[in-house]
Design a protein around this ligand. Structure first.
Ligand SMILES: Cc1ncc(COP(=O)(O)O)c(C=O)c1O
Length: 425
């Protein structure tokens, strides 16, 4: 019997890659040959100002954080060689989780090898048939996939989406859920704290109020808000003056402001965390967070708690960068975060501009469809507390040149900028 399907895969794969190549949408992986910092050494380009990492507090190459990783390696060796519930729980995991819980001021926390994993653990584990999860339409892909997984694992678990940051639509979704006889359990609302492509933030006090009206739980993934938002970097809830106790569960990453290595966590009630330990498939069937990372992340949070002035430094840098972008003739979406999205509309153009910026000594990534909606391609500039004033001046000079090279049609759609990043409808 001949197998006729075998040739399909290579030809269709080539077709997809060719189409990405010919439309200028093929992503090129740039290779870094040294540590992540305010500048990085990029293969083929030399030293460039790094304005596309999530190293918001400059802790990825902080001497104490690096030393903590070294010490972890010396003390615990290279690998855990186990999942947590067999023999993969080390005392450095306990310390890190206690640190995360105390950082938020909540009962307990539990780590995963990524926030992606944390988001794939929380909904399939804590939700049950008869519950409904209501999610912001612009939530991160890991939340979307976590919900997809949950509804496919637990038949009879419901889901709905609300228009980005629209409390009226959310209220309506929750009202409909309460009126739906198939929804007999808990209502869950989930949002990013900071939306990474728009740089805008969730209205957490408003969300809390709507949740309270309908008896819903609130889950906040603050991966881009932790270490950035609020006077002491506790996150988007601190920015709003909302006590952490008013958020039922936080999910977050250790791969951005908190040392930048990798790893994620869920923080909230002790009972919820205990259930995740008992039933969360990404922790029951996958190795523990490496000890080196547990140690370096613990140190990174300690440094943040000891030196909250890093958050102010980041904020000052963001203000300087935004002024420079505007002076260079570009429009940047309004944002209280460390993300400065410059809308250039066309995906191929965003990629070409990003490439030109590298020649000018500046590392900024262009994002296009499908990461952002068609027609809303952008250069996403991300600022770090590690940047010195001179780095941000280099950005401005490069943008002035970019505008000269690419002409005047580089500004954001004014309608779009006015919305502060909400997707126009
Ligand atoms: C909101 C949000 N959640 C989750 C993640 C995934 O985090 P990790 O890299 O730890 O898997 C990201 C990373 O881009 C994110 O922005």
């Amino acid at each position: 019997m001949s197998i006729t399907t075998a040739p399909v895969f290579p030809s269709r794969t080539d077709q997809i890659l060719d189409s990405l190549r010919s439309s200028g949408q093929l992503k090129l992986l740039q290779v870094i040959e040294g540590p992540m910092d305010a500048t990085v050494r990029l293969r083929g380009f030399g030293e460039v100002v790094c304005l596309c990492s999530n190293n918001y507090l400059g802790l990825a190459n902080h001497p104490e954080v690096v030393e903590a990783a070294h010490e972890g390696l010396r003390r615990y060796g290279a690998g855990t060689a186990s999942v947590r519930f067999i023999c993969g729980t080390f005392d450095c995991h306990e310390r890190l989780e206690a640190r995360i819980a105390s950082f938020y001021g909540v009962e307990a926390a539990y780590t995963f090898t990524s926030c992606w994993n944390a988001n794939e653990a929380i909904f399939p584990t804590l939700c049950e048939p008869g519950d409904m999860i209501v999610s912001d339409e612009l939530n991160h892909a890991s939340i979307i996939d976590g919900i997809r997984l949950a509804v496919s694992i637990k038949k009879g678990l419901h889901r709905a989406v609300y228009r980005h940051n629209d409390l009226n639509v959310l209220n309506e979704r929750l009202r409909e859920a309460r009126a739906n006889s198939a929804v007999t359990g808990t209502l869950w609302v989930v949002t990013d704290g900071v939306f990474s492509m728009e740089g805008d933030i969730a209205d957490l006090p408003g969300l809390r109020e709507v949740c309270d009206r309908h008896g819903a739980l609130l889950v906040v993934d603050d991966s881009h808000g932790t270490g950035v938002m609020g006077a002491t970097g506790r996150g988007t809830h601190e920015h709003w003056g909302l006590p952490a106790s008013r958020v039922d569960f936080f999910t977050g990453t250790l791969g951005k402001a908190l040392g930048g290595a990798a790893g994620g966590y869920i923080a909230g009630s002790r009972a919820g965390i205990e259930l995740l330990i008992q039933r969360g498939r990404p922790t029951l069937f996958s190795n523990a967070l490496p000890c080196t990372v547990a140690c370096s992340a613990d140190k990174a949070i300690e440094v943040l708690m000891r030196e909250p002035q890093r958050v102010q430094r980041l904020r000052d840098n963001v203000a300087q960068a935004r002024e420079g972008i505007i002076r260079a003739g570009f429009e940047v979406l309004k944002s209280p975060t460390a993300i400065c999205p410059i809308i250039v509309h066309d995906t191929a153009k965003a990629i070409a501009m990003s490439r030109r910026l590298l020649d000018l000594g500046v590392f900024v990534i262009g994002f296009g469809y499908p990461v952002v909606p068609e027609g809303h391609a952008r250069l996403r500039v991300q600022i770090s507390a590690a940047h010195a004033s001179a780095h941000l001046r280099t950005l401005e000079t490069a943008l002035v040149q970019l505008r000269a090279d690419f002409g005047a049609s580089t500004g954001a759609d004014a309608r779009y900028a006015e919305t502060g990043g909400s997707r126009p409808r």
